[in-house]
Design a protein around this ligand. Structure first.
Ligand SMILES: [Zn+2]
Length: 76
């Protein structure tokens, strides 16, 4: 039982560290990485409420991607 709990704890720790590392890799995006045009945030309420991430869209080339939010959440 102790061994199973230890392995379960290690799995949870591994998932938490991988999630944290992945979130640190996501950076704020103001300019489109494909065409350097301005991007606009797409409102996804649960994503904005639960995380500090937002979905951004480039109107010029259609690029879509996840970005870290660098402004306070909107009050829509
Ligand atoms: Zn673009």
């Amino acid at each position: 039982m102790v061994l199973a709990l230890t392995f379960l704890g290690l799995i949870v720790l591994r998932v938490a560290l991988l999630t944290l590392g992945g979130l640190l890799l996501i950076r704020p995006v103001r300019r489109c990485p494909a065409c350097f045009g301005p991007t606009v945030p797409v409102l996804i309420s649960w994503l904005e409420r639960l995380t500090r991430l937002e979905w951004r869209w480039c109107a010029r080339c259609g690029w879509r991607g996840l970005a870290r939010r660098d402004r306070p959440p909107s009050r829509a």
